[in-house]
Design a protein around this ligand. Structure first.
Ligand code: ATP
Ligand code: MG
Length: 275
């Protein structure tokens, strides 16, 4: 669905600085769940903004379903296909009621009122907030606000959603709510691109893409990424504690399989089998 070819982005033309995104080539298939990880300033958000044409590459190109983001005549169509959810739920509220908020995108796209109504009902159902049409979005919990933001994106009937640290300001409960909805949407075929610093969330993805100083340094399954314990320092990433323990035990000679366990349950099972 997304094809990035040698994408490079400098924030200021002629800049002596390193590019924020440096010669990245990447394909994302329809229906995939991709986690984008990397240290602060590694270029994750810059990369994400290229996926719906909010930023254009200085060199290279980005196509979405074969349409180039550099082509102004198709940009509106691309933006309809690629929804976006950001970090701070409060910054994304645009309406005085939940329904007004969700209607914002479809109204701007010129969709007729009856269809907008149908989409509000349908997207609220998808995020588990049916019946919340008249509620004040500012009075919702963080998790609920992010679910309304997701509903707003869904009301455009996109093929993909890009989430830029969308759970980082939520409490554990809100985080769980949002992740459960993303899993459901993924099962129904939505493409998900999720930027996160939370390595536990990465395990939900089909693939993890690692950025370092604007360069793509790894593209693999979360299992393989976490098994490369020695790269934690090189990538500036915090590997989940369970994988750190697994890696240490594997290096200690207990069982190589321990380097690719993904949960406490798996570790317990494997250790019991070893005895
Ligand atoms: N609007 C901007 N103008 C100039 N430089 C920018 C701008 N936005 C980001 N940068 C720089 O580009 C580089 C990549 O930033 P980006 O925000 O894409 O990283 P990130 O991986 O999303 O970081 P974080 O984890 O902190 O969100 C950084 O060096 C940053 O300082
Ligand atoms: Mg960022």
């Amino acid at each position: 669905m997304f094809v990035l070819e040698n994408v490079t982005h400098y924030y200021s033309q002629g800049s002596q600085h390193l590019p924020a995104v440096n010669n990245i080539s990447l394909k994302i298939n329809k229906g995939e769940w991709i986690a984008v990880i990397g240290a602060n300033g590694s270029g994750k958000s810059t990369l994400a903004r290229h996926l719906n044409g909010l930023l254009l590459p200085n060199t290279g190109c980005v196509t979405v379903n074969g349409l180039s983001t550099a082509d102004e005549s198709t940009l509106a169509l691309i933006r309809r296909q690629v929804g976006c959810v950001l970090q701070n739920p409060d910054n994304q509220i645009v309406g005085n009621s939940v329904e007004e908020d969700i209607a914002f995108g479809p109204e701007n796209a010129g969709i007729i009122p009856a269809e907008i109504r149908r989409r509000i009902t349908a997207s609220l159902e998808l995020v588990g907030l049916s019946g919340s049409e008249k509620r004040d979005p500012y009075r919702l919990s963080g998790g609920q606000k992010q679910r309304v933001a997701i509903a707003g994106a869904l009301a455009m009937e996109p093929q993909a959603i890009v989430l830029d640290e969308a759970t980082s300001m939520l409490d554990p409960e809100g985080c769980k709510e949002v992740l459960a909805i993303l899993q459901k949407l993924h099962q129904s075929g939505l493409t998900i691109i999720m930027i996160t610093h939370n390595m536990a969330e990465v395990t939900l993805a089909d693939r993890a893409v690692v950025l370092k100083k604007g360069e793509l340094v790894a593209d693999d399954t979360p299992k393989s990424i976490f098994a490369q314990g020695q790269l934690q320092e090189a990538w500036g990433l915090e590997i989940p504690i369970i994988n750190q323990i697994g890696n240490l035990l594997a290096v200690g000679g207990l069982s190589k399989d321990l380097s690719s366990i993904m949960s406490l349950e798996e570790m317990v099972e494997l250790l019991c089998r070893l005895n």
